[in-house]
Each structure stands twice: as C-alpha cells, then as structure tokens.
Ligand binder design. Structure first.
Ligand code: GLN
Length: 218
C-alpha cells in the first residue's frame, strides 16, 4: 500500500498515476495513517507550506523515522525539496527531511509564472525520453557521491541557465524529480517507483520475523 502525503499539493494526480500502475494507494495526513503504509509519495505543491503542515500535524519525526528505517519514498518538485538535506532560497522556518544527500535550489528556474517543458533522457527508463513539466521547479545544485543522477535538463540553448542541471535523482529507496510526471500520461517514473517498492517489500518479507527491516533498495 503506497501512501500519498495529503497535507497539500497535487495528491489526486499521484493517486491516479499509482492506480494506472495497478497499485493501491491511500491518503496520509495523520501518524496512524503513516504507520500503515509501505511507501510514501510526497507530491508537488509548496514545500514551505508542507514543511509547516508536517510540523502542525506532528508528522515530521515519525516520517523521518520511517524513512530512516528504509521506507521507500518518491518526491516530485516540492516533495523533492523536502527530501533533500539542504535547501537554497528556502524560507528560514522551512525544515528538511534530509534523506537525500543533495543540495536543492527552490524556484531555481526563475520566479515564475514560468513553467518549462523539456524531453529528458532518464537513466534506466526504456522507451525514449520523458516529457518533463517543470512548474516553479527546483533543481539539484549539488549531489553527494551516494546519489545517482537519473536526469538532467538537456544542454541546449533554449534551456538557458537550466541547461545541464540535475532534475532527477535516486539514493537507495528514495527517488526524486524536480518535474511532475503525475501531470502527464507517461507513467514510467511511477512505474519505476512501484518497482522499488515491490523490491523493498519482497526483501523485507524474506527477513526473519522480529528483525528490524534493513534498507532493501540498492
Ligand atoms: N516552488 C515550490 C516550492 O518551493 C515547488 C513547486 C512545485 O511543487 N510545483 O515548494
């Protein structure tokens, strides 16, 4: 069962994408709901608001604890921001889940109106480039050695200062994209996450009962 953090943001779109991948999903707003899920999607929206609501709903610590145990997670856009260890151009009160060894810059593509679309080569996804929709999007300014870079903005003049920037990463069981695959019909990124969740729960079932779950993703 995959939870979608439902404090704010494009929750329904992620639920629809998961349903298209044949996965069951449920909304997570409370600690008890978080305890029930095998994995979590952090949607796009506004990371400062989500950070505040995580504190208000008393979810910050339990969520950090689940992530530290190895619960798979996927963050799109604002969700990506929350998962990184450090945010640039954030609000002073903004808090990080710090599960990705990466520095993320908020609203990096410019203070917008702007949305920006591009076709990205996405490592490990068959079937050609992924059409990526960026909306007041962040990019990854710096990624640690343990972080796998999955996609960058193409190095083309139309991309301006965004050219070559890192916009999709993975570290162990945590996946993040600066763009919103939940808004296009292409389900390959959600499919990748569902495979990560299935690998992780398959590995957890093989462990002896009573042992704490180890991180199953590479
Ligand atoms: N700019 C937003 C933030 O800082 C992210 C935008 C989005 O999720 N589309 O959280």
């Amino acid at each position: 069962m995959i939870g979608v953090l439902a404090l704010q943001g494009d929750v329904r779109e992620h639920q629809r994408a998961l349903a298209d991948c044949g996965m069951r999903s449920t909304l997570v707003r409370r600690r008890e709901e978080l305890a029930e899920v095998d994995a979590l999607i952090l949607p796009g929206g506004e990371s400062t608001t989500m950070s505040r609501l995580l504190a208000t709903f008393d979810l910050m610590q339990p969520l950090r604890a689940r992530l530290a145990e190895g619960m798979p997670a996927y963050g799109s856009c604002a969700g990506m921001i929350l998962l990184c260890r450090e945010v640039l151009d954030g609000q002073p009160e903004q808090r990080q889940l710090a599960m990705l060894d990466a520095v993320v810059r908020r609203n990096a593509f410019g203070r917008q109106v702007d949305s920006f679309e591009a076709d990205l080569d996405f490592a490990g996804l068959a079937g050609g480039p992924v059409r990526a929709v960026f909306i007041r999007a962040p990019w990854i300014e710096q990624a640690g050695l343990g972080v796998e870079v999955l996609a960058r903005v193409p190095d083309m003049p139309a991309a301006g200062s965004a050219a070559g920037r890192i916009v999709a990463i993975r570290q162990g069981c945590v996946l993040a994209t600066a763009f919103h695959p939940e808004l296009t019909g292409d389900r390959r990124v959600h499919q990748l996450f569902c495979e990560m969740v299935q690998e992780s729960s398959g590995a957890a079932q093989k462990q002896a009962p009573g042992r704490t779950q180890v991180r199953a993703c590479r």
